[in-house]
Design a protein around this ligand. Structure first.
Ligand code: 9MR
Length: 459
């Protein structure tokens, strides 16, 4: 046989295989339609805790593929972002998953604008546990601080100390740096009497363990020393005491406390009112917040100055008032950051609400602190014991919060701070007359909860 004839035969044979590979014909009421042959989905590779790589075979002349991923083998629902995801290659990293969870994927090919049937379905299970050497601290290093509310007394308890230093890169005093803890009286010459013992202890602890310190809080209406409540001097003398206080704290801890909540919760919850009516407002006037920030800035220009408040993720009216105040403070270069207190519930606010509130803050020229994170599970008081289901819902909420924070531009991320270490230490139990609550990342035995995994999954 001549070479030319062999070539022709090979050509026609290849052409025939190609045609039958990507189209098959079907006849239906005298009309003929072509359908693309589906790809063959291949086993997942690079399986990790929160991701894997899906891949599939090439379909001749396919212009692209569509990938579905689901936790349901029947694809009754889809993973967010993975319903008919358009892919122009033969593989796709599937990310943002939960550990120890079974996922399913399938693909379709698109040939000449015709979408094939689904491929076979591949199931894949993500890894069961994060290795022990991954901690909140290691997973966020170089990205943002992960903080915890501490007390000086607990830093001396081995079990707390072990977790504080293993998991966290920043501390905030839950109470020990409030005015009531430090400002213990006024002497006969009109000078403040200070108790530095607990704050000194915390600063030494932070230095010894290479922890950032976020100061909380200079001015708060719920932590006013008795001596200030009882003060009978003039308004100017009152204001001088506030300035003396801020100066003294900033001078003593220069270079040791990098950031402070200067004023906490100054905005009123009532929609029609701007300022909460506090002793500071009565004594120093409507611009007392600005005065306090100015005292702080003058005392140490290197300290990052924060305003911190609650309900910011869902009360748009209050948030609007706070952000207006932030604009005013920014105009005089008196503020560097804002703390959104994250006292939230497992089912409220929604992801969309938290995202919207975050976007509005990120639009300002400030750094962002998701402060005081705890996630209530029992606001409706329908549980006497923590259920697996509720613990998993908490994991998802923590994960959402961390995902939203992590997506903030790098230069605006300051810290996420959890408001306490373990469930039985939470302020929420005494606050709600003993109602059971489990709002934190560790249980009463210092063991990691699903919420802890949710934090890592969110990164
Ligand atoms: O968790 C704190 C609790 O131990 C104190 O008794 C209480 C009053 O000082 O303050 C709690 O923390 C608050 C924080 O300082 C500011 N935002 C609201 C927090 C919960 O009340």
């Amino acid at each position: 046989m001549k070479i030319e004839k062999v070539c022709n035969k090979v050509f026609y044979a290849l052409f025939f295989i190609a045609i039958t590979t990507f189209v098959s014909c079907s006849s239906d009421d005298n009309t003929t339609s072509f359908s693309a042959v589906p790809p063959v989905a291949q086993d997942a590779s690079e399986i990790d805790f929160t991701s894997f790589r899906a891949s599939w075979s090439n379909v001749f002349l396919a212009s692209g593929y569509e990938l579905d991923v689901s936790t349901d083998p029947n694809f009754g629902s889809f993973l967010q972002g993975y319903e008919s995801l358009a892919v122009n290659q033969l593989f796709q990293s599937v990310t943002g998953l939960s550990l120890n969870t079974e996922y399913y994927y399938r693909v379709r090919a698109i040939v000449n604008g015709v979408t094939s049937e689904n491929s076979n379905t591949i199931s894949v299970e993500t890894n069961e546990e994060f290795p022990d050497d991954i901690t909140l601290k290691s997973a966020t290093e170089g990205n943002f601080f992960v903080g915890v509310a501490v007390s000086e007394a607990r830093t001396n308890i081995a079990a707390y100390d072990e977790v504080y230093t293993r998991e966290f890169s920043s501390i905030t005093a839950e109470n020990d740096m409030k005015m009531e803890s430090i400002f213990t009286g006024i002497d006969g010459s009109g000078n403040i009497i200070f108790d530095w013992s607990r704050i000194d202890g915390l600063i030494d602890y932070a230095e010894a363990n290479n922890l950032n310190v976020h100061g909380h809080t200079l001015i708060w209406h719920r932590s006013i020393p008795q001596a200030l409540e009882d003060f009978t001097g003039t308004d100017q003398e009152f204001e001088d005491l506030i300035q003396q206080y801020i100066n003294a704290v900033f001078t003593r801890y220069q270079g040791k406390i990098n950031s402070w909540d200067v004023v906490n919760e100054a905005i009123d919850d009532d929609a029609g009112t701007q300022w909460r009516n506090t002793l500071f407002l009565q004594r120093m006037g409507d611009n007392y917040v600005e005065k306090c920030f100015a005292f702080a800035r003058a005392a140490d220009p290197n300290v990052k100055l924060f305003y911190n408040d609650y309900n910011m993720t869902f009360d748009g009216i209050k948030r609007g008032k706070v952000l207006d105040m932030v604009d005013d403070l920014l105009a005089s270069d008196l503020i560097d950051g804002v703390g959104y207190q994250m006292h939230i519930d497992y089912n409220f606010p929604s992801r969309e609400q938290i995202q919207e509130a975050t976007d509005e803050l990120v639009a300002k020229d400030v750094i962002v602190h998701f402060a005081e994170l705890d996630v209530k599970l029992n606001a409706a008081n329908d549980l006497t014991d923590l259920t697996d289901e509720r613990a998993e819902a908490q994991r998802q909420k923590v994960r959402e919060v961390v995902e939203i924070f992590n997506a903030i531009p790098q230069n605006k991320k300051y810290a996420i701070t959890v408001w306490g270490l373990k469930d039985d230490d939470t302020w929420l139990i005494p606050e709600n007359n003993g109602r059971p609550e489990w709002p934190l990342l560790f249980d009463e035995s210092f063991e990691k909860k699903p919420a802890y995994l949710g934090f890592l999954e969110g990164l």
